[in-house]
Unconditional design. Structure first.
Length: 508
């Protein structure tokens, strides 16, 4: 029985083992079928992708071929057009060559005919000369020399008479015509009187603003003075603040910056520096625009941008109280009028008149006379030699080489010497007068010296026993040269040396 049970168990175990093998076999077959199915699907996808890639490459290839064909066709069309144009040009050249050959043949025929006629005329002329020589008994060369001498004598006599008449007429009319031209030029130009000074007044609505401008412990006013270089005077003057500075550009920057700060209401050191920098940039733009507008008003074109900017800076500079830009515009207009009256180049004269004081407004201000500096600046920025010479010679620093130079010098003197054009501080005026007289008295033999006509003439009286007539001329020249090199003065100073001989006796 036990053996039967064991045999049954053994048979059951074998059945179970067989069943497990069958199940595993079925699973393997299912996995194989599933893998084969996935492989088929992947194969189909790859085939589809390959076909799509092939079609894409095929389309790109076809597009490239079409583009290449299009380029080839375009190149062929251009070549054909070029060939056609070249053929037309060849035909035109051929026509011109044929016309040229025809013209050359006509010219040769005319030249031959001209030579024949010239030969005939030479023969006729020889016959006439031989006949005249036979009648007069003189050779052709002798007759020619005799005729030329007679014509020379006649022309010389006529020319001397004509020159004498012209010289006498010029002496009679030159002074009158010169005065007429100067008077007409002055009458046709009118400008404002001198109003420049060294301070500006900034008006405020109330005295409370003064405290805000000063700031805590004066930090705002110190920041403003440091940023602008202008002395700000806050005193008891009602509703006003004084801006003091010798440079009008700095003064204007301070005034505009202060106006913007007061209007905005935010006043502190950082804001002050920002507003001053912005105002300085705006003023530079305004200076450039002023220069361009001045050139447009005067009809001056092609001026270098740097020279245009310097013309704009003239608005904020003055000379003896006379605004430099107004003075330069006035000189330019006077030069144009005089040049027109004298038949010279009006545009060139006006250009030289506008730029004659350009040496007063450079950025670096080197130690050179403003006329020489202005001439160098004009040469640097491509102005014509006539304009450069007029700028450099308007105070006689260099020799005048053109007719425009004396015109600029005269117009500069006219503009500065007219009534109300310039003003001086009384102390400076008195000091200059005394310096003139002291300079003249420093020479040996001078008994007295008097500066008259507001310092524009210096009369020097000398002792006749110590100074001769020749030495008086030398003394006048020496004094004028010292004034020119050692002193600053507007316009020109006339030096007159007076030598008088007096014999005094008494009847007793």
């Amino acid at each position: 029985m036990v053996i039967g049970i064991l045999i049954g168990l053994a048979g059951g175990g074998a059945g179970i083992f067989v069943l497990q093998n069958v199940i595993l076999k079925n699973k393997r077959e299912a996995l194989i079928r599933e893998a084969e199915s996935e492989g088929e699907n992947m194969k189909k996808e790859k085939i589809l992708q390959a076909k799509e890639q092939f079609m894409k490459l095929k389309e790109e290839h076809e597009q490239n071929m079409k583009e290449r064909e299009r380029r080839t066709q375009s190149a062929e069309d251009r070549a054909k057009a070029r060939e056609k144009t070249l053929s037309q040009k060849i035909e035109e050249v051929g026509r011109k060559e044929s016309d040229l050959e025809k013209n050359q043949q006509d010219l040769e025929a005319k030249t031959q005919a001209f030579d024949l006629k010239h030969q005939e005329l030479d023969k006729i002329q020889e016959k006439r000369v031989a006949e005249l020589s036979r009648i007069s008994g003189m050779s052709p060369e002798d007759a020619k020399n005799s005729l030329m001498e007679a014509l020379k004598d006649e022309a010389r006599t006529g020319a001397m008479t004509y020159i004498k008449d012209i010289t006498e007429e010029a002496k009679l009319n030159a002074n009158r015509e010169a005065k007429k031209i100067v008077i007409q030029s002055i009458q046709r130009v009118a400008t404002e009187q001198a109003v420049e000074n060294a301070v500006s007044v900034f008006n405020i609505d109330s005295d409370e603003v003064k405290g805000r401008i000063i700031g805590r412990e004066g930090r705002n006013i110190r920041a403003l003075e440091a940023a602008t270089g202008v002395e700000i005077i806050v005193d008891d003057t009602p509703e006003a603040i004084i801006l003091s500075c010798f440079d009008p550009v700095r003064r204007e920057i301070a005034r505009l910056a202060l106006h913007q700060l007061v209007s905005d209401g935010r006043i502190h050191p950082a804001r002050i520096e920002e507003v001053v920098a912005k105002t300085r940039k705006q003023l530079e733009e305004e200076i450039a625009e002023t220069g361009r507008r001045t050139c447009m008003d005067l009809g001056i074109h092609g001026l270098h941008p740097e020279l245009t900017r310097m013309v704009g800076r003239m608005k904020y500079r003055s000379s003896y109280g006379q605004n430099l830009l107004q003075h330069s515009r006035e000189v330019a207009n006077l030069c144009a009028i005089m040049a027109a009256e004298l038949g010279l180049n009006v545009k060139l004269a006006k250009r030289a008149g506008l730029l004659h004081d350009i040496g007063k407004v450079p950025d670096d201000e080197p130690e050179l006379p403003h006329a020489i500096l202005g001439m160098k600046l004009a040469e640097k920025y491509g102005e014509k030699p006539d304009v450069c010479n007029a700028i450099g010679a308007h105070h006689d620093e260099i020799e005048m080489t053109t007719l425009i130079s004396p015109i600029v010098q005269v117009c500069d003197a006219v503009s500065g010497a007219r009534p109300g054009a310039r003003r001086e501080i009384v102390e400076a005026y008195i000091k200059r007068i005394k310096e003139l007289e002291t300079l003249a008295l420093s020479y040996d033999g001078v008994s007295s010296a008097y500066a008259i006509q507001a310092g524009r003439e210096l009369r020097v009286l000398v002792e006749s026993d110590k100074v001769t007539d020749m030495k008086a001329d030398e003394l006048s020249f020496a004094i004028s040269q010292r004034i020119q090199t050692e002193m600053t003065y507007p316009g020109q100073v006339k030096v007159t040396v007076i030598r008088e001989k007096r014999s005094v006796n008494y009847a007793k």
